[in-house]
Design a protein around this ligand. Structure first.
Ligand SMILES: Nc1ncnc2c1ncn2[C@@H]1O[C@H](COP(=O)(O)OP(=O)(O)OP(=O)(O)O)[C@@H](O)[C@H]1O
Length: 241
């Protein structure tokens, strides 16, 4: 939903953001002037060829990385000039991340993996509640090796949302999964978005997945080339790839 349609100001916004990676004499222009906004409660799909800058943008949005130039705002607060400690604080309080690989601690159960986050958050859910949100109430005491890939990814979603972040950033969350398993993961993301209103940005290589989003942002060569609004979101179960 656009600002006009949603009636809400953006929760995250970038203005003319660029990112240049310099390796020796070579400069890679990963982002070439990005004006992007993420609105409360929406799901945005980021689509684009490999190397188009999707992960770079997501990392900058979440405060994992900094732009070379341009500005970034969280609501009315400018993030651009925060020092490392302040940026880490922003990330801890407001952003959940889900990556392609789940990064669970193998020696801890699902419940304990989520508890790692809830122990240090300000107003967290109980791990059991977070795992219920992603449909894993029956797997609380399973270790990662006792869970399927889709279940492990859902534990990582539970871990990301347990601190009740306003923003959830997902980099290819179904990239390592087959279609059927991927659908269960997307279902969990949509359920979380519906129940908690978490603004969600989702990188995917898969054009079919764009249909589960409210908006689709296309990237090419470090630029946003097109933004589409979906009239209605399609349930993940209706998408296959
Ligand atoms: N740490 C880095 N150092 C140098 N170049 C980098 C670095 N990270 C990314 N790049 C380059 O920046 C460009 C954008 O990369 P990015 O990972 O954002 O693209 P992407 O669209 O997410 O790609 P993919 O879909 O393959 O993950 C690429 O050309 C990449 O090689």
């Amino acid at each position: 939903m656009s600002e006009e349609a949603s009636g809400h100001p953006a929760i995250l916004r970038t203005a003319a953001v660029t990112k240049v990676y310099r390796t020796g004499a070579v400069a890679v222009h990963a982002l070439r002037g990005i004006d992007f906004a993420l609105y409360p409660h929406e799901v945005v799909a980021l689509l684009g060829a490999s190397g188009s800058g999707k992960s770079t943008l997501l990392n900058i949005l979440g405060g994992l990385d900094r732009p070379t130039s341009g500005r970034i705002f969280f609501r009315d607060r400018e993030l651009t000039n925060l020092d490392d400690e302040e940026l880490t604080e922003f990330r801890r309080a407001h952003v959940g991340f889900v990556f392609q690989f789940y990064n669970l601690v193998p020696s801890l159960t699902a419940r304990e993996n989520v508890a790692l986050v809830t122990e240090v958050a300000e107003n967290p859910m109980r791990p059991e509640e977070a795992l219920e949100q992603v449909g894993l109430s029956a797997r609380l005491d399973h270790f990662p090796s006792e869970l399927s890939g889709g279940e492990q990814q859902r534990v990582s979603i539970a871990r990301a949302i347990a601190k009740r972040p306003e923003i959830l950033l997902c980099d290819e969350p179904t990239g390592a999964l087959d279609s059927t398993t991927g659908v269960t993961v997307l279902d969990a993301l949509i359920e979380v978005n519906r129940n908690l209103g978490t603004a969600t940005a989702l990188i995917t290589h898969n054009v079919e997945i764009r249909r589960i989003a409210d908006r689709v942002v296309y990237m090419a060569d470090g630029r946003i080339t097109r933004v589409e609004e979906n009239e209605a979101r399609v349930a993940p179960s209706e998408v296959s790839w």
